[in-house]
Design a binder for this molecule. Structure first.
Ligand code: HEC
Ligand code: HEC
Length: 452
């Protein structure tokens, strides 16, 4: 829920700002029959087209701004807002300045900033070392994926998180970390664990996992940027057998239309996972079913906590899933720079390697770049360990859809980022499949992968 005041400010910012705002407004007016002439009239005659506009507008709103009531968890229980505010603003500790917030990967939505603030920022007249500035940004609803809740005296009283927290970034058009929203792009700068570890009270996590406060903080701080461990709260496994953190990379949430199973280990469809995350990870208030989570072997924590059948009232999630699903599937994979360049011969040669000698297209079937149908493989088939696969009901890995690879090179590739570069991925397949590629062919293949 977003306070009326913030909604107003956001509306104003959208009116003033850029393409994204115009698109939302256009979609909005199309949903009101007779509100506009021309395209709106034509659309109202087509119930499918007007449904698309409405669903996408609603889904975008949910993806960007809906906390599903999870401020009861992140704010009221964790008291994360107090750590952000700092002692001088009525919270605890030093507080989180904008400089610190940007350093842990939080992003600022340029279009939510009024022109006067943009001008002050450009002139260096905004104090980026004062947590009070962070609170002002939260009041403007300008911190991507984070909503502050303020009392009538303007003091922060709680905070909640949105999908955009992890699954959006900005285009840095104003400054590093400040720009227009890029929904669906994984935020590989975001240090989720470091942010959560700021919380003064981790009781909800320590009691769920039955660990000490110090142990919980150690685990959170082990994740590093661009990673989160969604399965920790199901199985309590914080570290892999080799001692490395069990967290996975935040995957892209674009280019998912046509993709059958989602998540690195194929937990379910996109809408399955949306419901899972909103209830079990973000701790919104809603309903969730999955009898597979009763399996005490694989999911000891979830089985004990009853995550297989969650019923929190009021249900602030189920009614939003349809539009959220629509919006998610509508987010296209971004087009790589130079992808259409007719003189990009290396990429053209690389395409032939991908489809031919390297046999990549056997699993990454173009243009989806995952299998049409059942898109799962055993660890053995792709030549890696099965630790993460065994943490899921399917026990396998999902063929990652490769569109927009260039947009998430930071953090590396495969579920845990084990391959730092695309070249390292290609070398891995060369070893596992004996592709016999020459140095030139490998370079061409990488050039092609960057254009997907
Ligand atoms: C704290 C960070 C975080 C937040 C918040 C978050 N996600 Fe995710 N999301 C992840 C991670 C990490 C994964 C990978 C999980 C895995 O495979 O085990 C993921 C996976 C996904 C996937 C699967 C993508 C694919 O490749 O198939 C979808 C879809 C998704 N999230 C949607 C959402 C939606 C919708 C929300 C809001 C309701 C949301 N996420 C909130 C971190 C986050
Ligand atoms: C047997 C099926 C299969 C074949 C053949 C295959 N892949 Fe994959 N690929 C996968 C699976 C499964 C994953 C997901 C691995 C994970 O989650 O850790 C993956 C992941 C990837 C990734 C990482 C994507 C990301 O978001 O991190 C890249 C890049 C990739 N493959 C490229 C290739 C290339 C290039 C080839 C040919 C040399 C190839 N693949 C051949 C199944 C396959």
């Amino acid at each position: 829920m977003i306070p009326a005041k913030l909604r107003f400010i956001r509306g104003k910012a959208l009116l003033g700002g850029g393409l994204a705002g115009i698109v939302i407004l256009a979609a909005g007016s199309a949903a009101l029959p007779g509100a506009d002439s021309g395209p709106a009239e034509r659309e109202s005659a087509d119930p499918v087209a007007s449904n698309v506009s409405r669903m996408i507008q609603e889904g975008r709103e949910t993806f960007r701004f809906d906390t599903f009531g999870n401020e009861a968890f992140w704010g009221d229980a964790f008291k994360l807002h107090q750590a952000i505010a700092g002692g001088r603003q009525g919270g605890v500790g030093p507080g989180v300045s904008p400089r610190t917030a940007l350093a842990v990967g939080l992003k600022v939505d340029l279009e939510a900033l009024p022109p006067s603030l943009r001008a002050d920022l450009a002139r260096g007249q905004v104090d980026l070392d004062d947590p009070a500035t962070t609170l002002a940004l939260l009041k403007l609803n300008a911190v991507v994926g984070v909503t502050g809740f303020f009392d009538t005296g303007g003091r922060i009283r709680s905070m909640g998180l949105q999908c955009a927290f992890c699954h959006s970034t900005v285009d840095d058009s104003f400054a590093p970390g400040i720009g227009r929203r890029l929904d669906g792009w994984p935020n590989r700068d975001l240090n989720v664990g470091a942010i959560v570890a700021l919380a003064p009270d981790l009781t909800p996590v320590t009691s769920l996992l039955n660990v000490s406060d110090a142990a919980a903080r150690e685990v959170l701080r082990s994740w590093g940027p661009g990673k989160f461990d969604a399965l920790l709260f199901l199985d309590g496994k914080a570290f892999r057998p080799d001692g490395k953190p069990a967290a996975t990379l935040i995957p892209p949430a674009f280019g998912l239309a046509g993709v059958n199973l989602g998540t690195w280990t194929g937990f379910g469809s996109t809408t399955y996972w949306n419901a899972f995350v909103a209830n079990l990870e973000m701790h919104g208030s809603g309903r969730f079913f999955d009898p597979r989570l009763k399996d005490e072997q694989t999911f000891p924590i979830a089985a004990k906590a009853g995550f297989d059948n969650v019923n929190n009232q009021p249900d602030r999630i189920t009614g939003k899933l349809a539009a959220l699903h629509f919006y998610q599937l509508a987010i296209p994979a971004p087009k790589a720079p130079g992808a259409d360049d007719p003189f990009h011969f290396a990429a053209q040669r690389g395409k032939a390697v991908f489809n031919g000698q390297a046999k990549c297209a056997q699993c990454h079937v173009p243009p989806l770049f995952t299998e049409p149908g059942f898109n799962m493989h055993t660890a053995e088939e792709i030549g890696i360990d099965d630790f993460q696969a065994r943490r899921s009901p399917a026990g396998q890995y999902r063929t990652a859809p490769l569109r927009g690879l260039f947009a998430h090179e930071k953090g590396g590739f495969y579920h845990d980022g084990r391959f730092p570069t695309l070249r390292a991925v290609v070398d891995h397949y060369d070893r596992v499949f004996n592709t016999g590629l020459t140095e030139d062919q490998k370079n061409d293949l990488v050039a092609y992968l960057r254009t997907l």
